[in-house]
Design a binder for this molecule. Sequence first.
Ligand SMILES: Nc1ncnc2c1ncn2[C@@H]1O[C@H](COP(=O)(O)OP(=O)(O)OP(=O)(O)O)[C@@H](O)[C@H]1O
Length: 234
Amino acid sequence: MNSQQNRNSSVPVAIRLKDVQHRYPKSQVTLSIPNWEVQTGDKVFLHGPSGTGKTTLLNLLAGVLQPESGEIALLDQPFSSLPTRKRDKFRAKHIGVVFQQFNLVPHLSVLKNIRLAAYFADNKASVDSKAAAMIDALRLPSEVLHQSAGSLSVGQQQRVAIARALINEPEILLVDEPTSALDTDARDAFMNMLTALCETQNTTLIFVSHDKSLEKYLSSSVSLSALCTLKEAE
Ligand SMILES: Nc1ncnc2c1ncn2[C@@H]1O[C@H](COP(=O)(O)OP(=O)(O)OP(=O)(O)O)[C@@H](O)[C@H]1O
């Protein structure tokens, strides 16, 4: 099912892009998204061949990149036009991000990695007990909380990255190719855990992957080529 076709006008929109254009410095290629809306609670599988702009779009949604023109609104608030500090604050409070390298601090314990995300979002609500519950929900033994993130396997780090991204109960979760290092069984388990956690928190999920076999875990599917164009300057 396509997320544009799946739209129900009574459900609020979590993500809205209008006439967004982005060009990397010194690049001739412009990525252009005329219109895209994602409803609250939708879990979108965003797919497309390598180099079509998936990571660029996630970075725009995370506010790591700013569009050259157009507007990205999140949770009915202007986002891409916010000054950097306000955008950083908004991201820390409302957006969870799991990118390909997980970006855990390797020498810090799992618990400290999770506490750090809560600290940046000014989240003081019983973080340690929530972290323990999340680690349990992700089927990791409680001992990992006190192990350094860098000492864990890739699959374990992946789950810790999800726990860290969800600790502030973000309304939006952005996930980029997190399963590429996993075998089929581990991938199934991971996808089930991820979507169940998002369901519990009514999180809007944007999940990027090349792997079309993962489509079945998400509630809708969008091809990058239907959403955006990449144009080279003449
Ligand atoms: N930092 C950068 N500077 C210049 N051009 C870039 C940069 N990052 C990406 N691009 C270009 O932008 C386009 C989209 O790249 P992007 O990484 O978003 O694609 P992708 O679909 O995520 O690819 P993959 O599936 O291989 O990760 C490509 O043409 C790429 O060469």
